[in-house]
Every structure is written in structure tokens, then in C-alpha cells.
Unconditional design. Structure first.
Length: 102
């Protein structure tokens, strides 16, 4: 399910050039697609946050650079999980097959 709100950036934890993010509820290791303007990136959740009201995600400095948000500091984004499982379809039970079909 996609979320829309404000994003900020911080030095992050982990490798310096890694595109990571902090989110309050997504599991660690989950990949999120972050959209800002005409740019979309993927980042991996490796921290909790943000802890400032109204913000939905904190991205690492390298992710912020890729999104083009360094000068603004705080921007409006849309985030969505990558590889979200498809909703389960109803199961169909085949009880018989007409003669000659197989």
C-alpha cells in the first residue's frame, strides 16, 4: 500500500554510499520505492524513524542526493513497498476433466 507524506534525510547507518531509509513500521530489510517529482529510487529499511510529526520516512544522504532533495531538506514523497505480494486469488478445484482433453 502506498503512502504519501513528507521525507527528510539524515546521515543514516551502514555504508556511506548505500541507499537506506528509516521507517516506523516496515520490516528491516524491506525495500521501498520512493518517488519525488520525476525521480524514483529504491532504498532498504535499516532503521526506525522518523520521529518528527508529519514525516513518513527518513532517507540516507545518498538516497536524498539521488532524489534531488539535498537543498530542500524536506520534500513530499510517495513510498510503496517493492515486491509486495499479490493478493491471494480464490482456489479453483478441478474435480473432473472431459475425456480427450489431456
Amino acid at each position: 500500500m502506498a503512502e504519501t507524506g513528507l521525507a527528510s534525510f539524515y546521515p543514516g547507518i551502514g555504508k556511506r554510499s548505500e541507499m537506506t531509509c528509516a521507517h516506523r513500521s516496515h520490516a528491516f530489510g524491506k525495500r521501498l520505492r520512493v518517488h519525488h517529482g520525476n525521480v524514483s529510487i529504491e532504498c532498504r529499511v535499516n532503521d526506525r524513524g522518523p520521529f518528527i510529526r508529519g514525516r513518513i520516512i527518513d532517507v540516507s544522504t545518498s538516497a536524498a542526493r539521488a532524489l534531488g532533495m539535498i537543498e530542500a531538506g524536506v520534500v513530499r514523497v510517495r513510498i510503496e513497498p517493492v515486491g509486495e505480494p499479490m493478493p491471494e486469488l480464490p482456489k479453483i478445484e478441478i474435480t473432473s476433466v472431459p475425456t480427450g482433453v489431456l
